[in-house]
Design a protein around this ligand. Structure first.
Ligand code: ATP
Ligand code: MG
Length: 458
């Protein structure tokens, strides 16, 4: 055997703790196989997450064998064993029968061999199992061949599998994005025929797979698959309007293709990728031909788009802080910086977008600029310039928020004897505006004096 053969490769990758755990199962008279993503990723030489086990032991038998067992999903045969301080998911060999709702199997039944268990799994590259004790690799559907061919292929009959569980269509796209594999043609052509079932899947489940798709190395290919299979019409129909929506002289691509390029060049974080996906979502509905230039303009698309982004992210129950951040970036993604901006103009921009967002905004603006498909060296240099001016302002300790002013409302009441009321907030706001123009005035005595004078001026 060469050191590169699959069996030695997996055997060498399995941590001693997992090996010992499998031994404990065997000592108790059960089988335990390492399954799914870990085996696949080791064969691909990719970093991988958890070591999941499939076992002949029933959940109650696992609970009897180990002291620390969490009943994670006993009705589906899954428990979590806390082994040497680490959680390991153990699922009893099982099959599924009947999927009348396209979501959950009507019946889950336990079976007694790994091959039957592998046959209920979604894709051949995920239907691999390894027994670390006998060093046996179980691969009944030629998952290794598909790893070599770099393709996602359904286990058994694609259409049947997609009709059983609507999420699998989305998972096919997700794995093709994260592994950068193609979807095998028969598997791909089954997806449009299973759309009715895909529609029934809970949005949270679609969201989780979609987010993994978006944060993959090059999501554009996956987005095109979502569009051509008809899935995108259910996930986010607003985005479809951008297909073929021509732009203006600043852009080489239509809105859709610009968005795809932007996705690929944006940093692979949820915030940046979701912003890339949604930043121009309202361009099609705001497009107008300008009388002046004869070219298209998209006046207000960032405002309308922020509304669309918020509604869509809420519908998919993204976490609130992520929704707020993405919506805010969409709202302010147009950075119209020019070198002739005064320092005060830079500070006003920072105040408007919030100093905690400037970094993310500039990062996104770079991706947005690079995705235009026209020469952008100058635009990128301008963004670098703005970045360093922003940094200089941050380092200087200037006030950008009411909190950072040298005085607060209590000072106005205590020192100047002002009664409480709305005028306190208004005065502080106007002092902040003043300080943005004159940062040197952010001192207690100066601000109190200014407040006094402003109040007494007619
Ligand atoms: P990742 O590294 O992204 O976690 P994974 O392969 O471990 O990839 P999971 O979603 O964690 O993916 O699922 C674990 C295993 O369970 C899969 O490898 C697959 O064999 C099986 N599986 C998960 N979801 C489904 C499904 N909807 N239908 C069929 N099999 C599934
Ligand atoms: Mg996993």
């Amino acid at each position: 055997m060469t050191p590169h053969d699959p069996v030695s490769k997996i055997a060498a990758a399995i941590p001693p703790d997992i090996q010992e755990l499998c031994q404990r199962f065997q000592d108790a008279g059960h089988q335990a196989w390492v399954v799914g993503g870990a085996v696949r990723d080791v064969l691909l030489g990719r970093p991988h997450g958890d070591w999941d086990l499939a076992s002949s032991a029933r959940p109650e038998q696992v609970q009897a064998c180990f002291r620390n067992v969490i009943p994670t999903g006993v009705e589906h045969g899954t428990v979590t064993v806390l082994w040497k301080g680490e959680p390991v998911e153990v699922t009893t060999f099982r099959g599924e029968r009947g999927h009348t709702d396209g979501r959950r199997p009507d019946e889950v039944f336990f079976c007694d061999n790994i091959t039957d268990d592998l046959s209920r799994r979604d894709f051949t590259v995920n239907a691999l199992a390894f027994d670390p004790l006998s060093k046996q690799l179980e691969d009944p559907f030629d998952g290794q061949g598909d790893l070599q061919r770099q393709q996602i292929r359904a286990v058994r009959e694609p259409l049947e599998r997609f009709l059983e569980d609507g999420l699998r269509s989305m998972r096919a796209v997700r794995f093709s994005a994260t592994l950068q594999f193609a979807i095998e043609p028969r598997t791909l052509s089954a997806i449009p025929k299973a759309l009715e079932v895909f529609q029934k899947v809970a949005r949270e489940r679609v969201r989780d797979e979609f987010l993994k798709t978006l944060t993959a190395p090059k999501p554009s290919t996956a987005l095109d698959v979502l569009r051509t299979t008809g899935m995108l019409a259910h996930i986010c129909p607003e985005l479809l309007q951008s297909v073929g929506c021509a732009q203006n002289s600043h852009h080489a691509h239509d809105v859709w293709n610009h968005m795809l390029h932007c996705l690929d060049v944006a940093e692979p974080t949820p915030v940046q990728r979701l912003t890339a996906l949604l930043h121009d979502v309202a361009k099609p509905v705001t497009r107008e031909r300008s009388d002046k230039t004869g070219d298209y303009s998209f006046y207000g698309h960032e405002k309308v788009g922020a509304g669309t982004a918020r509604r869509w992210m809420r519908a998919y129950r993204f976490p609130n802080d992520l929704t707020d951040e993405v919506t805010h970036l969409v709202r302010h993604h147009l950075v119209a910086y020019q070198s002739l901006w005064t320092d005060a103009a830079v500070r006003r921009w920072m105040h408007r977008v919030g100093t905690e967002h400037t970094h993310a905004l500039l990062e996104f603006a770079r991706a947005d600029t690079r995705a235009k498909g026209v020469p952008v060296q100058e635009d990128l240099a301008l963004l670098d310039e703005l970045q360093s001016r922003v940094q200089r302002e941050l380092d200087s300790g200037t006030a950008f928020t009411l909190k950072q002013l040298a005085i607060n409302g209590r000072d106005l009441m205590a020192e100047l004897g002002w009664p409480p009321g709305r005028h306190i907030g208004e005065a502080l706001q106007s002092l902040l505006e003043h300080v943005l123009d004159h940062p040197g005035d952010n001192e207690r005595a100066t601000l109190l004096d200014l407040a006094n004078r402003q109040r007494n001026s007619p």
